[in-house]
Design a protein around this ligand. Structure first.
Ligand code: ROI
Length: 170
């Protein structure tokens, strides 16, 4: 079976974001023909876009998967829905956002899916967690995450300490 390493970005700013991310990762690890190979620390970040919404918690995971990219996308959207995700205003708050950032070294331009994710290169809340789990990774066009991170606007990213036990606060 052909397997690729896919990277998924996670974000939430509603209804206990830390728990949203933790349970999303459990769901990702349970996908068919897929295993979780890396998990980044979580970061708190100021919202990009409208500022009248709570700060986000962001992270990234690496998956080794035999699922085709569009099937993986279906699964990500199913997990978002099961977390109460509603597609409201553009760039508005959300309970869970799962973005397929990279799928092996593939470049995909389909109506439903663009990979590498178009916003990957200019968002520190995506690049930093990805860099944590894949420090020497480069995009299919050869640009390294390290260089992209160095050039990326700073959005006040703040690394959260790992927490143990039941999570209550934000
Ligand atoms: N801003 C931050 N900091 N983190 C996100 O995950 C995020 N996601 C979004 C918008 C609303 C664009 N802003 C974000 O979709």
């Amino acid at each position: 079976m052909n397997r690729v390493t896919a990277y998924v970005g996670l974000g939430s700013n509603l209804e206990n974001p830390l728990r949203q991310l933790a349970t999303a990762i459990t769901a990702l690890a349970a996908l068919p023909d897929t295993s979780l190979v890396a998990q980044s620390p979580f970061y708190r970040s100021r919202p990009v876009g409208p500022q009248d919404q709570p700060d986000f918690v962001n992270g990234a995971v690496g998956l080794s998967t035999g699922l085709p990219a569009l099937i993986l996308l279906d699964e990500l959207q199913r997990i978002e829905k099961s977390h109460g995700r509603e597609r409201g205003r553009r760039w508005g708050p959300r309970t869970l956002d799962l973005d397929l950032l990279l799928y092996g070294h593939e470049i995909i331009h389909s109506p439903r899916l663009v990979v590498p994710h178009p916003e990957l290169t200019n968002r520190d809340f995506v690049l930093q967690p990805l860099l944590d789990i894949a420090p020497s990774l480069a995009l299919p066009d050869g640009r390294t995450l390290e260089d992209l991170r160095a050039q990326c606007p700073d959005n006040g990213l703040h690394r959260l300490e790992p927490r143990h036990g039941p999570q209550t606060g934000p």
